[in-house]
Design a binder for this molecule. Structure first.
Ligand code: BTN
Length: 238
């Protein structure tokens, strides 16, 4: 692996995308701060200096683009395993948020450059709120940090553990094995069995989150009793 550590950057994902062509599979970019940290759906990700871990991993797998959404699942499972190693219990809010006591402690943003059959690269971005004590007022009720929850863990220890856990599960996936990841997602889900809202482009649908299938897709049952499979998307718990 090559690992590059930056003092500050707009977004490690954007930086990784700019350098993706010249960097090999498995390269890691870490920054101490992001001045334009990105969340999903055009949202920002609070990334104050020294408050958290902001990292991106460049992946160049040989598999087809339809298999890419599972990378987010692998990262979520690797985060849960990582936190477990430090005796921290977390839950995954499918597909890409990791929660402690119902509040977000880590987020995942996966971006890809691909055509119909070939992946040029995937940038897996992970943000973990480690030691921040202050969040902007609009985030106070929905975001937290390890420190705020009473956990004091060194950033470097988390970074190495996460890379280790991710690599293990990623290699299983390269060998067509999804069950380990899916078991982690199922056993540590904050949404299974709950009433949820599914957010589409300009519409919201009420449903129950029933299961997670072997591809990491969320199985939902709508109010009309229709069973659907979401391979990615945005949900909220009602
Ligand atoms: C989300 O909450 O919707 C996803 C958050 C992802 C944040 C990480 S921090 C490192 C990487 N670079 C970014 O700009 N975003 C991701």
């Amino acid at each position: 692996h090559s690992v590059e550590v930056l003092e500050s950057v707009d977004s490690t994902n954007d930086y990784a995308k700019k350098k993706a062509k010249e960097l090999v599979d498995g390269s890691v970019i870490i920054s101490l701060e992001q001045v334009k940290g990105k969340g999903r759906r055009g949202r920002s990700f609070h990334s104050g200096k020294g408050d958290g871990i902001y990292l991106s991993i460049i992946l160049k797998p040989g598999f087809e683009p339809t298999k890419a959404p599972f990378i987010t699942s692998i990262a979520g499972a690797a985060l849960v395993n990582t936190f477990n190693k430090f005796n921290i219990q977390t839950k995954i809010k499918w597909p890409n948020d990791v929660l402690i006591n119902g509040k977000k402690v880590a987020g995942i943003l996966t971006e890809m450059s691909a055509d119909m059959e070939f992946i040029e690269y995937i940038v897996l971005g992970v943000g973990i709120n480690v030691s921040g004590l202050e969040f902007p007022s609009e985030l106070k009720n929905i975001a937290t940090s390890l420190k705020l929850e009473g956990y004091d863990v060194k950033k470097l220890s988390i970074i190495w553990q996460f890379i280790y856990e991710f690599e293990l599960l990623y290699n299983l996936y390269l060998n067509e094995n999804t069950s380990e990841v899916v078991n982690i997602l199922r056993n540590n889900s904050s949404v299974l069995g709950k009433q949820i809202n599914v957010h589409y482009m300009n519409q919201i649908e009420s449903a129950i989150a029933v299961d997670i299938n072997n591809q990491g897709a969320l199985i939902i049952k709508t109010q009309e009793g229709e069973v659907k499979e979401l391979s990615s998307g945005e949900i909220s718990i009602r």
